[in-house]
Design a protein around this ligand. Structure first.
Ligand code: G6P
Length: 372
């Protein structure tokens, strides 16, 4: 019903616009100047968390990309090896599991059958399970040893947006909680991360303001048949997510690549006028990765790509090579994905709208897939 959309043209537009609150509400009660503490994890017992020697994140779709982003942060902060597996692949590979393995499932609905079956499989093997979920008392959090809820509020549009940023937030909090318990993080580093988090909702609100610029771009590109996305490090799963969003609601062929992989194949796809979104890491907090991505931009531009560079404000290095530049607030490298994804969400929404499609109810897709 239109009134539920609060004046927005679609649920997806409303939900993209609610992302500052989705992040802020997910942080509430879990961060303070003393650092990060998630009460639901304290209940698991610190000894159990100290003994973990491997983490596997399981999820499907957009939630798996949130897990992929989160894997970089947990590994960096808590110094535990983390891998991400799609729920439906996890069970059938006969995974190596032990009582020191931690499985973190990520699911907006908490009812995705593939993820539920993977969680049950892990439980049967004596693995500790944590559920990151947006739906109170859903099946997956009820089955798991601990639930860390995301507080994004109900998500109605099939394409996930605010749940995604809330999932990254929750996984990061788990990473910081583990880092504190395991003593892998100095008090100074904790403070820095807490400061980044506290500043985040306002930055998310600013990133949401990119809509008009992106709408213009989408309007010009309404006939585009293929779009590529490039990212590095945490920008890589954001490239994958940007491509997934376009497939889901604009029915356009789209692919995301790790920028470093370009020369191993994808660069052959670059032809005159091929649109490529490039997620450029911060030159302040990742100078080496930044210069590598700028070289990638030069390489694809020389082959005719139409480059849309997503950069932090003040980064002028890409200006000579980019056709369009989308500017975002400054954030440390690990916090950039929470901002970078927003213009990509708008792009999918605006392109879908420009093509006259139903943004909220794309063909052939369901909000929650409750069959295997
Ligand atoms: C469906 C939805 C996606 C979602 C995926 C996982 O495919 O269309 O938007 O990312 O399921 O859903 P979950 O509820 O487990 O996060």
């Amino acid at each position: 019903d239109a009134s539920d959309k609060g004046g927005w043209s679609s649920f997806m537009a409303k939900e993209i616009n609610e992302q500052a609150d989705a992040v802020g509400n997910t942080l509430r009660g879990r961060i303070s100047s003393a650092g990060v503490e998630i009460p639901e994890l304290t209940a698991l017992g610190d000894d159990r968390l100290r003994e973990i020697d491997r983490i596997i994140i399981i999820a499907c779709g957009t939630a798996s990309y949130a897990g992929h982003v989160g894997s970089y942060a947990i590994e960096q902060w808590a110094r535990v090896p983390v891998e991400v597996q799609l729920s439906h692949e996890f069970r059938y590979r006969d995974p190596v599991l032990s009582d020191r393995t931690l499985v973190i499932s990520v699911s907006q609905s908490g009812e995705t059958m593939d993820t539920l079956m993977a969680v049950k499989y892990a439980i049967e093997r004596g693995v500790t399970t944590i559920s990151v979920c947006n739906t109170q008392s859903a099946t997956i959090p009820r089955e798991s040893d601990a639930a860390v809820y995301t507080h994004a509020g109900p998500e109605v549009a099939v394409a996930s947006t605010k749940a995604f940023v809330a999932q990254i937030t929750a996984i990061y909090l788990i990473g910081l909680h583990l880092a504190r318990v395991r003593g892998t993080f100095s008090a100074e580093e904790q403070t820095r991360a807490v400061e980044q988090f506290e500043a985040l909702p306002a930055k998310v609100a600013e990133a949401i303001e990119t809509r008009d610029q992106i709408a213009q771009l989408a309007h010009w590109m309404a006939d585009t048949r293929s779009v590529l996305f490039l990212g590095r490090h945490v920008g890589y799963p954001i490239a994958l997510e940007g491509a997934l969003k376009l497939k889901e609601i604009a029915y356009i062929h789209a692919e995301g690549f790790a920028a470093g992989e370009l020369k191993h194949g994808p660069i052959a796809l670059i032809d005159h006028g091929q649109p490529v979104f490039v997620l450029v890491p911060s030159p302040r907090t990742s100078p080496i990765m930044h210069s590598k991505v700028v070289s990638n931009i030069q390489e694809i531009r020389a082959r005719g790509a139409r480059v849309i560079a997503v950069v932090e404000k003040g980064d002028t290095a890409v200006l000579p090579y980019a056709d369009d530049v989308v500017r975002l607030p400054l954030a440390d490298t690990l916090f950039e994905p929470l901002l970078q994804v927003i213009p990509l969400q708008w792009f999918a929404l605006e392109l879908s709208t420009a093509k006259g499609l139903d943004v909220d109810q794309p063909r052939n897709l369901a909000k929650s897939v409750t069959v295997e």
